[in-house]
Design a protein around this ligand. Structure first.
Ligand code: SF4
Ligand code: SF4
Length: 351
């Protein structure tokens, strides 16, 4: 069993840190070496990978059809969304029709996901990849690969496992069992619903198809408008289940966490410590925290602890020093609709 069109195309939408780039490479190798197809795969991401948008493209063609197209995928047969918090991101659903299989990493109910995504139509697959990855001590991308294999009969799960054994298994033999377990769970636990087109939400065409580019509107060269770190950019979707928790009573305000954190997530203000004027640590702005846990490692007095994100109330822990920040984000909605857009670029450049 194979596909009918000339090409079978997969687009992975992600944020740096969740492994979409590697998943794309694995799918490319799997198609070429294990399914007997022609295959190409490539990714696009910014210079700062963790926290910045990532797109990965995989194109398959039958053995006797050469792949002569090297452009990004505009109308995917399979769309993998590596985190539900990407909902609302520009062009996320571009080219998705009722024939597309959409695989989403989410712990939400499948009907709710349709509304969060504002999905036009398609075959919706939902998998709680984050928690399965934690349980199996694997990565989100492995669970997503298993779930993606469920979408089409020719994506043979046994051959995918063989591919993982020969690639990841050779490089990281100790991680192989956990990765295979994660793939299996992704394949077996993914939930499915066919979303019929009912005109509740619009079909979305990608900007570069609908826009006529010219000298007046061409993107500025050498500028990355989808940067990872900025005041308005929400990078919480890069977290893989763990967050640092700040224990104020233990903190000696040494500032090591602040100088270590790649995203300036810590909020320091002028205050008093041991009777002297000092910069005092208020805690973490989780809007910017990628969950890398470097701050936990560096803290000399264990004032930062790594916890499972699902076990803590992130809203109670969340600190935003509004005196330092000018933006229009909804603080109650961290992790959702405020993901980077070209508008956020304009906002930041005004500040
Ligand atoms: S490294 Fe630890 S002790 Fe130092 S400021 Fe940060 S939280 Fe406080
Ligand atoms: S885990 Fe710590 S170091 Fe890493 S982004 Fe979050 S606050 Fe910064």
């Amino acid at each position: 069993m194979s596909f009918k069109k000339d090409y079978f195309e997969i687009r992975l939408e992600s944020i740096g840190g969740l492994g979409a780039n590697l998943a794309g490479k694995i799918l490319g190798e799997y198609g070429a070496l294990y399914l007997g197809l022609n295959a190409s795969s490539f990714s696009s991401y910014g210079s700062e990978k963790r926290g910045s948008p990532v797109k990965s493209y995989i194109r398959y063609a039958k053995e006797n059809t050469p792949i002569r197209v090297n452009s990004p995928i505009k109308t995917p047969d399979v769309l993998g969304i590596f985190h539900i918090a990407l909902a609302g991101k520009e062009n996320l659903l571009a080219g998705v029709s009722e024939n597309t299989s959409i695989v989403v990493n989410t712990n939400k109910d499948i009907d709710e996901v349709r509304d969060i995504l504002k999905l036009y139509g398609g075959k919706l697959y939902c998998i709680d990849a984050l928690n399965i990855a934690i349980e199996t001590k694997s990565r989100i991308n492995m669970v997503m690969l298993g779930a993606i294999a469920k979408t089409n009969d020719f994506l043979d799960i046994n051959k995918l496992e063989d591919c993982i054994k020969d690639t990841i298994g050779k490089k990281y033999p100790k991680a192989l069992e956990n990765n295979l377990n994660a793939i299996k769970k992704g394949y077996e636990m993914v939930k499915f619903k066919e979303i019929k087109v009912d005109n509740k939400y619009d079909y979305i065409v990608s900007d570069d198809i609908k826009t006529k580019w010219g000298y007046k509107n061409a993107p500025i060269g050498g500028v990355n408008p989808s940067f990872g770190s900025s005041i308005s950019n929400d990078v919480s979707a890069s977290r893989e289940g763990y967050v640092p928790v700040f224990i104020k009573d233990k903190c000696i305000n040494c500032g090591l966490c602040d100088s270590t954190c790649p995203d300036m997530s810590f909020q320091f203000v002028k205050g008093e410590y041991k009777g002297k004027e000092a910069m005092v640590n208020l805690g973490i702005d989780y809007h910017h925290c990628k969950g890398c846990l470097r701050c936990v490692e560096i803290c000399p007095v264990n004032a930062l602890e790594a916890k499972l994100e699902k076990d803590i109330n992130i809203y109670e822990q969340h600190i935003r020093n509004k005196d330092l920040i000018i933006d229009k984000l909804d603080f109650e909605n961290i992790g959702a609709s405020s993901f980077v857009t070209s508008e956020s670029y304009t906002e930041d450049t005004k500040i």
